[in-house]
Design a protein around this ligand. Structure first.
Ligand code: DGY
Length: 313
């Protein structure tokens, strides 16, 4: 397969890069500042794109690659891939479901604990040497708090199971009610937000869910409410979130994702009631390796005319 051109859309994982290089003719898109020139020279030899949560295959790129056959994403979320365009052109699409569910769900609970129990703030306090004065702040209990989840798919369900172990009553909002669980269903997001302490975003990003967290939802969650986002930055209207946090209309937030990654609103840096992470939901050594193997497995299956391991389109 050494002659098959594979375009890696952005830097992802050294292991993935190395394994792709061993098998295919690898092009690293980020190393070519003149994209138009690069595409003019190489588009005819590129038969696969490897993307992730930061860069994938939008309509423009798909149209610029006449020999493109498959987009293999190093992520479960496919908001950076134009699925409709790929479908229309008969281009296959794969992602990495299931293998990262535990890590992302673990991190959601980690963020709940970090925000409510002020773990990061307390760490900064100890490092500053102020402990000696004994003026540390009390924190807020997590066990037993009502957890509202937006999206009860694989990740949302895994978060719910973990939160149950903390005796948290679970409620959720999604397009339709699930028949296979006993969690309380709210057909209205405002109702869910008004009735939970912690609201966790765990749904895919689509046109429907963009800015699903707006001022109304934030105000329904209220000054004691905590927002946790392990989905995608654009789920949240970030300027509304920042205003609510600055004005204390929201109790706190744990954010793994941001609207314009890697940019983070600077106003958040001075707030102690927020925990900010650099989109690391699936970022464990173990999981990233399994994800990389899945990306490669899908490409190999495609080029050997075998069934794809995790097809989406
Ligand atoms: C995904 O796989 O969509 C995650 O956001 C990557 O960390």
């Amino acid at each position: 397969m050494e002659s098959i051109g594979v375009l890696m859309a952005c830097p992802m994982s050294a292991y993935l890069e190395q394994e792709l290089e061993k098998r295919f003719k690898l092009f690293r898109f980020w190393q070519f500042p003149q994209k138009a020139q690069f595409l003019k020279e190489h588009s005819a030899s590129i038969r696969a794109v490897v993307g992730n949560a930061s860069a994938g295959a939008d309509a423009e790129l798909v149209d610029a690659l006449p020999k493109l056959e498959i987009v293999s994403s190093f992520s479960v979320g496919l908001d950076k891939v134009d699925l409709a365009k790929c479908k229309e052109k008969g281009i296959r699409v794969t992602n990495t479901p299931d293998v990262l569910t535990d890590d992302v769900a673990d991190l959601a609970i980690g963020l709940c604990l970090a925000v409510l129990r002020r773990i990061c703030e307390s760490d900064r306090y100890v490092r500053s040497g102020k402990w000696k004065k004994g003026d540390y702040k009390l924190t807020t209990k997590f066990s037993g708090k009502t957890v509202g989840i937006i999206g009860l798919g694989r990740i949302g369900t895994a978060v719910a199971k973990r939160a149950e172990a903390f005796n948290c009553p679970i409620s959720y909002y999604s397009r339709r009610e699930k028949t296979d669980c006993n969690y309380k269903y709210y057909p209205s997001l405002i109702e869910l937000a008004s009735n939970c302490h912690i609201l966790i975003v765990a749904c895919p990003l689509t046109e429907e869910t963009r800015h699903i967290i707006n001022r109304e939802v934030i105000d329904a969650l209220g000054p004691k409410g905590i927002l946790i986002n392990i989905g995608r930055g654009p789920h949240v209207d970030e300027s509304e979130l920042v205003s609510a946090l600055l004005e204390r209309r929201l109790g706190g937030a744990g954010l793994d994702v941001f609207e314009k990654e890697p940019e983070v609103p600077e106003e958040l840096f001075g707030l102690e009631n927020v925990v900010l992470l650099p989109h690391v939901g699936s970022g464990t050594v173990e999981t990233r390796q399994v994800m990389a193997d899945l990306v490669i497995g899908n490409l190999e299956a495609h080029f050997l005319n075998k069934p794809l391991l995790t097809p989406v389109v």
